[in-house]
Design a protein around this ligand. Structure first.
Ligand code: FUL
Length: 481
């Protein structure tokens, strides 16, 4: 009888621990290009044009080309700074609303080729591309749809002009990782001397689907950003605030660039029909362009750290604008702050207390999806529950009493975004104490809580759209409280 019992138990263990198939993907999932984008997390925005020299934020379109004359431009300094700051790429305003082109476009006179800079032989994009390659950064372009210089803005001829320019950018400057389509458009402008108000219909004028096709064809690995995607969405504000509830999903066919969708863009749609994650774009200074008067208003490293928590820590990427000055250099104050911010980040996340510690879960679907895959340092392995189990918890035993005040959690988003409710507990004085709670996870969340002296941290997934699949959990003791 005893032998039979032992055999029975062994059989049970063998069944529970057998290798099983992975969960089926749930809902929309990211494309390869979107997955690569998620991995970038933090990169630089560069706003640079005639405005830098006229001290404006929006040029009217009548600026003389000669005003663009950086005295010591050095794109290597921009790229080196981005790399030293821990950024993964740079997106530059190839053309802002004023219509001035930072490359010698053959379709307009309004560009660097008619400036005095390098006797009209310069090309900012070419220099930046080379610098990005040298420092191992990806390269992206912003091409403003609104063009206050163009005489034909508002007519169908302008679309041809816009697409020709896009073609130049996408064929002459190597691999582009992101194409940024701004949502601001229509209003008064120079328009070739007409100096009038021109309004366009956001929904129809640009015929976006056909412009998107050009990008797909010429740069299949590039993601496209706009208020409403198609690949990456605006977060709905320019203050650096990602939303705590943040689905990478969107009913994108109901949206259009320039529409009034701020709240929806922050949260996304739990039942969205496409994978369109949020990007937080924000400037290191009050303005997007350089103004000497703002030299003392550069965000502090501590403030940038807050931005990091409210963007990367909320399932968004951080696109941080650092505008070059009239010399064509990133200002010393900005550089100092960026480097100190990197140092702060390194201190904040210097040692993962969870890595390699014992982890147990209330449920797992099979031995190839066990709890300890969340803290093995392998981004490919993950813990997943059986298909019908939508709430379960995982407990990491730290081995001894340890101070903890940060938790980082990642879902395996290749299978879609699933978790809709979670809580984090710490075992303190023999009791479970709740230290954080929230809704969505997605690519990554980082949560702060007051220092707790604990032996175990428990992540409780309380609800999910499909069985949870968690690829990573990290724990930290960041300096301070
Ligand atoms: C906005 C523009 O109007 C600003 O000038 C800036 O380029 C910002 C990133 O997007 O829509």
């Amino acid at each position: 009888m005893k032998n039979l019992t032992i055999l029975f138990c062994l059989l049970c263990v063998a069944t529970a621990c057998k290798e099983v198939s992975a969960p089926e993907p749930f809902g929309p999932i990211p494309s390869e290009r979107q997955l690569a984008w998620h991995g970038m997390e933090y990169y630089m925005f560069v706003h640079f044009t005639v405005n830098t020299f006229t001290d404006k934020e929006w040029g009217y379109g009548d600026e003389k080309e000669s005003v663009f004359n950086p005295s010591q431009i050095d794109c290597r300094q921009w790229a080196k700074t981005a790399s030293d700051a821990g950024m993964k790429g740079i997106i530059i305003t190839a053309k802002h609303h004023d219509g001035f082109c930072l490359w010698p476009s053959q379709f307009t006179k309004h560009s660097v080729k008619n400036s005095v800079w390098k006797s009209g032989k310069g090309d900012v994009l070419r220099e930046l591309r080379q610098a990005c390659d040298e420092f191992g950064l990806k390269f992206g372009v912003y091409l403003s749809p609104w063009d206050r210089n163009s005489a034909v803005y508002g007519t169908s001829e302008y679309l041809t002009y816009y697409r020709n320019q896009l073609h130049e950018l996408l064929t002459n400057y190597g691999d582009i990782f992101e194409v940024w389509f701004d949502g601001a458009n229509g209003g008064d402008g120079y328009y070739g001397g007409a100096r009038e108000m021109r309004k366009i219909d956001n929904k129809t004028y640009y015929d976006w689907p056909n412009t998107h096709k050009i990008v797909r064809e010429l740069q299949p690995s590039a993601v496209m950003f706009s208020d409403a995607g198609p690949d990456i969405r605006w977060v709905g504000n320019e203050s650096g605030m990602g939303s705590l509830t943040n689905w990478c999903l969107l009913k994108k066919d109901e949206m259009y660039p320039g529409g009034d969708f701020a709240k929806i863009l922050g949260e996304g749609h739990a039942d969205g029909t496409s994978w369109v994650p949020a990007e937080v774009d924000v400037s290191i200074r009050p303005g997007w362009f350089y103004h000497q008067s703002q030299d003392s208003l550069v965000r502090s490293p501590e403030n940038l750290m807050e931005l990091y928590y409210s963007s990367v820590g909320r399932n968004s990427n951080l696109l941080l604008n650092v505008p070059p000055d009239r010399r064509g250099l990133l200002h010393e104050n900005d550089v100092k702050s960026l480097i100190a911010f990197r140092e702060l980040r390194e201190k904040e996340f210097s040692f993962d207390l969870a890595r390699g510690k014992s982890a147990e879960s209330t449920e797992f679907r099979g031995r190839n999806f066990i709890a300890s895959f969340v803290n093995d340092g392998d981004p490919e392995s993950y813990w997943a529950t059986s298909d019908n189990v939508k709430s379960a918890s995982i407990t990491i035993n730290l081995g001894e009493k340890t101070e903890v005040n940060r938790v980082l959690i990642q879902e395996n988003i290749k299978l879609g975004q699933r978790v809709s409710k979670y809580k984090v507990y710490a075992m303190a004085d023999d009791k479970w104490v709740q230290v954080a709670d929230g809704t969505t996870i997605g690519h990554k969340i980082i949560r702060k809580f007051p220092v707790v002296l604990t032996t175990d941290i428990r992540i409780s997934i309380d609800d999910a759209l499909a069985c949870p699949a968690i690829s990573n959990i990290e724990l930290y003791r960041a300096p301070g409280q």
